[in-house]
Design a protein around this ligand. Structure first.
Ligand SMILES: [Ca+2]
Length: 317
């Protein structure tokens, strides 16, 4: 069927008036689009009724998605406003001595219809403009909870605290690192106890600038860990440029390492590199005793995972 868009627009305007009550803005938008189009060009195009119908359905679906996103966003803002995040601490052990050196702080939202899993929550955050706000909130919350949770235990208070941080937040000139410093001073926690975990999954585009930013943090006493190393994104690039004090090996390298030769080779390479460059390696996601024994045998420095300790709200004695 060949349709002249000027005629089509006229026809659509009548239909629009009749149906607007039933299908809201969708047809209005199509109508407006057609008017704009026909005013500029008088192009003839092939279009079937089914095409238009299919487009209406597409718009309705998109509107539903937008609406769901709005509800998710509102839930996210509620979680942040009402401080509904719960902080858990997972121990990181010195493998040769069976002694925790510190804890990774993990902030989890309450489970809900909108965020059935923690991953789902952080994935959504990444698509919004709330990354910076949440990052700062999580950092301060983690430090305050660490203090609270170790108030009667001086031995634990002096241990390390690993904080996940979005690389773009560190790079942002508006980011107020002074706020974190102020809180640390107030709680008598030394910056050298704080390790910023930077995941390689969130790409850094300007490494020269990033190195400069990191050296500023290091001069204040903070240290850096490359998180999820070996998960196939920018592992080597970030390790070479960031020169981290710690490399956290991704769980995909550790799961079943006692049986898989390919994982063993990759881990040995990274360990060798780390030893040569004075970096410490932390194996993440250790769940099986065989894997734990294997990484201990080859000399991985530190380990984290269910086989060593689960995340808990209170730092275990
Ligand atoms: Ca992490």
């Amino acid at each position: 069927m060949i349709i002249d868009y000027k005629i089509f627009t006229k026809y659509l305007s009548i239909v629009n008036k009749v149906l607007i009550v039933y299908i809201g803005h969708t047809l209005t938008n199509i109508y407006r689009g057609c008017v704009n189009y026909s005013m500029n060009k008088s192009i003839k195009m092939k279009a079937g009724f089914s095409d238009v119908l299919s487009y209406i359905l597409y718009c309705r679906k998109r509107k539903n998605n937008d609406f769901n996103r709005l509800l998710k966003f509102i839930e996210l803002k509620n979680i942040m406003r009402e401080n509904k995040l719960k902080t858990f601490f997972q121990p990181i052990y010195q493998l040769q001595e069976d002694e925790p050196i510190g804890y990774e702080a993990l902030n989890r939202p309450p489970m809900s219809k909108w965020f059935p899993t923690t991953e789902n929550f952080y994935e959504f955050i990444g698509q919004t403009n709330q990354v910076f706000h949440l990052d700062l909130l999580c950092r301060n919350l983690s430090i305050a909870k660490f203090y609270e949770s170790t108030s009667d235990q001086k031995e634990h208070r002096s241990r390390l605290l690993f904080l996940n941080i979005h690389p773009q937040v560190l790079m942002d000139s508006d980011y107020k690192s002074g706020e974190t410093m102020k809180l640390l001073k107030q709680l008598n926690i030394h910056p050298s106890q704080i390790i910023f975990e930077i995941t390689e999954k969130q790409a850094v585009s300007d490494y020269v600038m990033f190195e400069r930013v990191l050296s500023n943090y290091r001069s204040q006493g903070f240290r850096i860990a490359v998180d999820d190393a070996g998960s196939g994104f920018n592992s080597l690039k970030s390790i070479v440029h960031i020169k981290p004090e710690f490399i956290k090996l991704d769980r995909s390298l550790i799961d079943n390492i006692s049986k898989k030769e390919s994982l063993q080779k990759m881990t040995s390479l990274l360990l060798e590199f780390a030893n040569e460059s004075g970096t410490k390696v932390i194996a993440e996601g250790i769940e099986q005793v065989d894997d734990l024994n294997y990484i201990r045998e080859i000399g991985v420095h530190f380990g984290q995972g269910y086989a060593l300790g689960r995340p808990t709200e209170n730092i275990a004695i």
